[in-house]
Design a protein around this ligand. Sequence first.
Ligand code: SAH
Ligand code: SF4
Ligand code: F3S
Length: 444
Amino acid sequence: MKKFWVETFGCQMNKLDSEQFSGELTLNGYTPATSQDDADVILFNTCSVREHAEQKVYSRGGILKHRKAKEPGLVIGILGCMAQQEREKILDHLPHVDLVAGPDQYKNLPALIEEARASSEAVLATRHTAFIPKFDRLAAPRENPWQAFILAMKGCDEMCSYCVVPRTRGREISKPIPEIVEEAKVLVGNGVLEITLLGQNITAYGEKEGKELADLVEAVAAIPGLKRLRFVTSHPHHATRRLFRDLHTLPNVMPQIHMPAQSGSDRLLAMMKRTYTCAEYLDIVAMAREECPGIEIASDFIVGFPTETDEDFAKTVALVEKVRFGYSFIFQYSPRPGTTAIRDLADDVPSAVKLRRNHELLALQEKIQLEKNTDRVGATVEVLVEGRSDRNAERWVGRGPDNRIVVFEGDGDFAGKVIPVRIGRATALTLYGDRVGEPAPVHA
Ligand code: SAH
Ligand code: SF4
Ligand code: F3S
């Protein structure tokens, strides 16, 4: 039996894709290899969003050159966003690669691998499809049995000037609600407690069909036995009052949203084509907090976008201070081929300045997180336990409803259970506490 090995880079979408095509491979006579050395097929599921992500893959792929020379039957595949974005260019850098396949090709992956094995030329498959293929959910392996992602929509129709995702993932297409509900029921029937609905622009879910994300969230939340429902990633301008109300009123919809602001400067937001001003973003935050008191809001920020001045950056700092995000991912601007930003704007912020702003914003965010986490000391939090801590096997790690990481000690097997934990101390990243009750009954 042929053995395959997958290495996954990038976002949760890629993680889900890897699960799904791994399932497809196992249904077609492949088994997972125990290591890369042991594999007949090596697949890199790649990310293109920043240059650094691509460089990693070029170096990981480059290492395999000698092995491929010794083992001509080995199949090396570059999948994912980089395959879609770079296409033939990958073969210039990595001439020993056998297969380049974009995200819309995975249903066909077993056949593509066979084609690549039989051919002396590299196989290139990067066509976008106008539909979302169906995968067998029970075949797709998952990291743990009680958490799962579901693809709710693919693609992105926004035109953020810096971003490759609309190119790598194509046009927005939403999966119909009944199909998602069916998928969710199968998962819940198999022990899944937490579902995360995925879309690059999930708040635009169903817009082309006259639906909205709240319709989907309400339908999935109604599935008996589903403990927790989340969704990512939310573009602020599609978020609706009804959606925020659902986060508050539906008990299994977690009061948390990842809604990137990107910048606090209106001048830069306009150049980024984000379609909102800083004041409008703050209005949306106010609406979210009105409808869902205590909602935890997370953001992404790009520092060092072309022409960003100290004043622009100060506006981003002010936004972070005002909103007090639960978490912020901070990225240094990276010019990407094929975007309008690389065409129209020089990457003129020196890397030392990008780095300084990155550190400054991160330090502020961590200070806010520490303050917010310290406020939780004494509170009791319902924790869905994900497993033992990597660093200390006596400790258990899970997440609260607001997605914060909670660690506690205890004898017994708590994995996959919902446990009440009283918080005793806090760092910027983690809440530490003690178990104060029995696991909540699962599938009640
Ligand atoms: N679809 C999601 C995520 C897109 S990529 C969303 O819109 O929220 C994740 C994050 O990477 C973006 O939110 C942005 O902050 C960052 N990013 C995207 N392109 C980038 C680039 N060219 N340089 C630096 N950061 C970038
Ligand atoms: Fe990229 Fe913007 Fe779409 Fe997010 S919303 S994937 S940042 S184009
Ligand atoms: Fe990267 Fe593609 Fe995700 S570019 S962030 S893997 S959608």
